[in-house]
Design a protein around this ligand. Structure first.
Ligand code: AMP
Length: 345
């Protein structure tokens, strides 16, 4: 048997070497009560150690888990986290910068969905950040899968926040399940609907229109499936491609950047969606790494996805350190991979 008081050692420089190693450790530690020490936090990133967004995640996890924590300060590269009891209820977390709020949620949601009472969370900061799940992905892709495992989670966007201005806000309500049920996601089923939204916040409308023209040309999606959304606060530009199938909704997101043409942003977003469509799998690249945590807590499940990203490969190792599961990966073809999570005791 594991002794939750024994510190499990996590190497933050392992594999992908980013913030996800920390967030997965926090999430599983909170949900299981297992204490851990992480060294070399975000060693592979340009600015290693805890940034504001990671510190917010650590503090949020500490508050919810009434944890004893050492090393929770900006730029810290080592942390010890010893959780006590999970305290459900109402919480508000403000990143104070445009850092990703959905990534803070990643660290605390798994514990709250298997807790003893309901919770209501408010997040303030960035809601549509590069290298993070955009709010829409959270709401339409990740949470519906999690809800199929037992809990009832809703997410509502009050206002979006883009990097670098931030200022976004969203709310999450959680009715927990006590235990998560394993889930099998091996088929995508028929594609039922495809639509694209190009958001421009405080930027010219033609940016969004040029992005949607590329979507129309390359994916042959009809004009009435393409929508421009103009918002006041910004600057910000996001292109989201939504593919609804019988079993799952996947969202592919491109982020406009200064100095990068709208056409280029749209082409790479379309290419990601096309790879997914061609492979015929239900689970896309990002959802694959994110599902590992709830499936590990459920102690089972399986899904078909694209060949694994480095994020997913790294997350598999972190999950196996903190929970008694094995993860079997079978590459079925150049484009399709099946993952199976099994309890080891
Ligand atoms: P890290 O780079 O270690 O901070 O982890 C980034 C996390 O954000 C991973 O869980 C990714 O799956 C997730 N992520 C990054 N980009 C996207 C995206 N476009 N859509 C959904 N999730 C994303």
């Amino acid at each position: 048997m594991r002794d939750p008081g024994n510190l499990i050692d996590i190497d933050g420089s392992f594999g992908e070497g980013g913030g996800q190693i920390l967030r997965t450790s926090l999430a599983l530690s909170l949900a299981t009560g297992q204490a851990f020490r992480i060294r070399n936090i975000r060693a592979a990133r340009r600015k290693p150690g805890l940034l504001r967004q990671h510190l917010t995640a650590v503090n949020a996890a500490a508050e919810i888990g009434q944890a004893r924590v050492e090393g929770a300060s900006l730029a810290s590269r080592e942390l010890i986290f010893k959780p006590a009891r999970v305290a459900t209820g109402s919480y508000r977390f403000d990143i104070g910068t445009a850092g990703s709020t959905t990534l803070v949620l990643q660290a605390i949601l798994p514990a709250l969905v298997v807790a003893s009472g309901p919770s209501a969370l408010t997040f303030e900061g960035g809601t549509h950040n590069p290298q993070a799940p955009p709010f829409d992905f959270l709401q339409k892709t990740f949470l519906p899968v999690l809800n199929r495992m037992g809990p009832t989670i809703t997410a509502t966007l009050d206002r979006p926040g883009f990097y670098p201005a931030g200022g976004g806000r969203f709310m999450v309500t959680i009715k927990p399940a006590r235990r998560l049920s394993p889930i099998q996601l091996l088929e995508r089923g028929e594609i039922q609907n495809c639509c694209a939204t190009a958001i421009v916040a405080g930027l010219p409308r033609h940016i969004a229109e040029r992005e949607l023209r590329i979507v129309h040309e390359r994916l042959s999606w009809p004009e009435d499936a393409l929508r421009v959304m103009e918002l006041p606060r910004g600057p910000g530009n996001v292109l989201m491609l939504e593919i609804q199938s019988e079993q799952i909704t996947e969202i592919f997101t491109g982020f406009g950047e200064r100095g990068v043409r709208a056409e280029t942003v749209a082409q790479s977003t379309v290419a990601a969606a096309q790879t997914y469509l061609d492979a015929g799998v239900p689970i896309g690249k990002f959802l694959a790494d994110q599902l590992l945590v709830p499936l590990a807590l459920a102690g089972g499940g399986s899904f078909k996805t694209l060949p694994l990203s480095r994020h997913a490969e790294t997350n598999i190792e972190v999950v196996k350190k903190l929970v008694d599961v094995d993860v079997r990966v079978a590459l079925e073809s150049e484009h399709v991979c099946t993952l199976e999570i099994l309890r080891t005791r």
